[in-house]
Design a protein around this ligand. Sequence first.
Ligand code: ADP
Length: 403
Amino acid sequence: MKVLVLNTGSSSIKYQLFLSDNWHVLAHGMLARIGETESELKFNWTDASGASQSRHAQLSIPTHQAGLDLLIADLREHELLTDVNELAAIGHRVVHGGAYFNRPVVIDDAVIAAIEQMVALAPLHNPGHLVGIRVAQHLFPTVPAVAVFDTAFHQTMLPIAYRYAIPEFLYTEHQIRRYGFHGTSHHYVAKCAALMLGKPLAQCNLITLHLGNGASACAIQGGQCIDTSMGLTPLEGLVMGTRSGDLDPAVVIYLMKNIGLDATAVDQMLNRQSGLLGICGVNDMREIESRAAAGDAQAELAIGMTTHRLKKYIGAYYAELEQVDALVFTGGIGENATGIRHRTCAGLENLGIILDDAANTARELNGARCISTAASPVQVLVIPTNEELEIAQQALAAVSINV
Ligand code: ADP
């Protein structure tokens, strides 16, 4: 059987088609700028001889339905999906499941209503997911669809970790609390880490760092999330590509009262013009590292602030966990930026985090690997994340449970 994973945004659809026997990726790609004058199609697949092929086109994709029609046509043409009933499940990535969902669920009207209710908390994400879910329901009416939530893994947090110290009614009446995001990635790398550590996930204490354009840290005790750095929205926590992460809430008041920004402008500034971009003018870590190496003081500051914030979270989560088996780096920066890993771990030797510099920088190494010394009490692991695979596997598992 096959499993299709869809990550639908307001103007894009990213997808992967898996063969569930061996989780081989049959096709992956994206449909971008849907509804604009010129849209984009990227379709990558493996042909019958096992060779990788790709098709890239600029064309008109007026609606999400037109986009999925194109995808189905491509899959049919290359005999990757001759009948939609070859699909055992469709897994939809959903960013915000609020407190409703602590696991993936088969989508029905009640699930759609709950995702709708969460639109206020994820206005940039949940509306796009809902369009994707409805269009896929229309095109694949007989295939079970599963929602896999970025927030679900973090639902094991206790109130001491997820509550903000603000008036009670803001929680009880308005659901304002920490939810956390990137849960699919944190869960996936935690499972890989358990395999590498050679013990059940339920016995593992981990600090996982998902460092991409968005970035978050997670404290995992006995395989369950006990704290995470993102909050009500993905704005809180680490220094990110364009998001500020933690700041004194009074900064928002100051921006509104003294600089005259309205709520939309503050939102834009903290989510899109801050973080690495706000500090040094670019948000691509590769460019920032090369600028810093060439002596650019702002790029150096951006790296210093990033790793300083990471150390703060590692220290805090170490204290919460009391004992840590492994520190895990993942995401584009976590998997590739050797300098960020080095500076994050430097000075943490007394916490039992001892990086092996040769293993950290070894160019020939990729894939999941240990980059701490043999004597390091806490293993430092680099584990490439694979959120699509995790969504596909969780979707199939949810459908199997429901059979
Ligand atoms: P997204 O959150 O958009 O999925 P990614 O996980 O792809 O982001 O991470 C993107 C970040 O990873 C960018 O800042 C990019 O510069 C950084 N990155 C990717 N490859 C490298 C590399 N070889 N060295 C340093 N940074 C890298």
